[in-house]
Design a protein around this ligand. Structure first.
Ligand code: ADP
Ligand code: MG
Length: 312
């Protein structure tokens, strides 16, 4: 578990400050392994702790670094969960709208988007679109959302807008995945405040751990001030290249720091995964038998516990 080393008393204004954290808030006591970057104890394939969490689950996919695989993980984990039979909603909270286009939605044809939900109290139900995958829905983002980061600053209950909107959706989703932008501003705070858990994708590259203590600090701040049940539930290693020693070193280091919360299934670097968004398709539709599709399917089973909830 995340250990809160100090008691943080922050006002609303402080919550959105960017903190430089020297404290190492990760638990080093639990050092479990996996098939990559660590040894699995013989004969024991332990369940991921996140698989025990009760439904409905709301996952904020967050890391303030850009290009680490947040959107790719949101879209493809979401699609794989939907394929397992879970009714799943992707909320695009990044003004770049990559999760929206990656799920085949053309932002130009939209009457409303997450921007209207945050700024104009438009009900989330009104902007949700179906996708090409059964059980998978998306609350789309457009470039307007870039303005919300600033327009929200003086707004009433600005950190809780998304949480309230999600609470009012009449359709039940077993999994909601929130694709956070690459920053620690008010949009990400809204994502963290609305979530029941945080999933952090980490790219298997040099500097992978840079900025993570800052992210942990923000998670702790949101937890202590806005959303007590919030927890860091899972770390997903992305863009893993088995040919490089570095990827293995990064994986080992992340597992040493974060223990069993690191998902056993790592996402390989795969060109097919990077091609799929330009076709507006998740990988399980674009190339169902590719390595990337298999990896995200396995990840969905690991994170959910694997039991299909419904036949569809
Ligand atoms: P973020 O949302 O964190 O900024 P993205 O998911 O958009 O990151 O990924 C950044 C870039 O890397 C995108 O071009 C994406 O297609 C590519 N990418 C992500 N995951 C993989 C992967 N496993 N293999 C190859 N390319 C990937
Ligand atoms: Mg993104």
């Amino acid at each position: 578990m995340v250990e809160i080393i100090e008691v943080v008393t922050a006002t609303d204004a402080e919550v959105v400050e960017v903190f430089v954290a020297e404290v190492d808030v990760v638990d080093r006591s639990a050092q479990h392994g996996g098939p990559v970057g660590g040894q699995e104890p013989a004969g024991a394939v332990s369940r991921h702790p996140a698989a025990e969490l009760p439904l409905p689950r709301v996952l904020a996919i967050a890391n303030q670094k850009g290009g680490v695989g947040k959107t790719t993980t949101t879209v493809n984990l979401g699609a794989a969960l939907a394929e397992l039979g879970y009714r799943t909603l992707v909320v695009d909270l990044d003004p770049q709208g990559n999760a929206t286009t990656g799920l085949g939605i053309n932002a130009r044809n939209l009457d409303c988007s997450v921007y209207d939900v945050l700024m104009h109290e438009t009900p989330l139900d009104e902007c949700i679109e179906p996708t090409s995958v059964r059980n998978l829905f998306v609350a789309p983002a457009t470039i307007d959302l870039a303005g919300a980061e600033i327009e929200l600053v003086p707004a009433f209950s600005r950190e809780l807008r998304l949480r309230r909107a999600l609470a009012e959706t009449t359709d039940a989703y077993e999994f909601t995945l929130i694709d956070c932008p690459p920053s620690l501003g008010l949009l990400t705070i809204n994502g963290l405040a609305a979530a029941t858990e945080v999933v952090v994708p980490i790219q298997c590259e040099y500097y992978a751990l840079e900025g993570l203590s800052q992210l942990m600090r923000n998670i702790n701040l949101v937890q202590s001030n806005l959303n007590p049940p919030l927890e860091l539930s899972a770390i997903v290693l992305t863009m893993y290249d088995a040919r490089t020693k570095l990827a293995d070193q990064v994986a080992t280091e992340v597992r040493t720091h974060f223990g069993p919360r690191v998902c056993r299934n790592v996402i390989p670097r795969s060109v097919r995964l990077s091609e799929a968004p330009s076709f507006g398709q998740p990988i399980i539709v674009f190339d169902p038998s590719s390595r990337g599709a298999l990896a995200y399917r396995e990840l969905a089973k690991e994170v959910s516990g694997g039991a299909p909830r419904r036949s569809g």
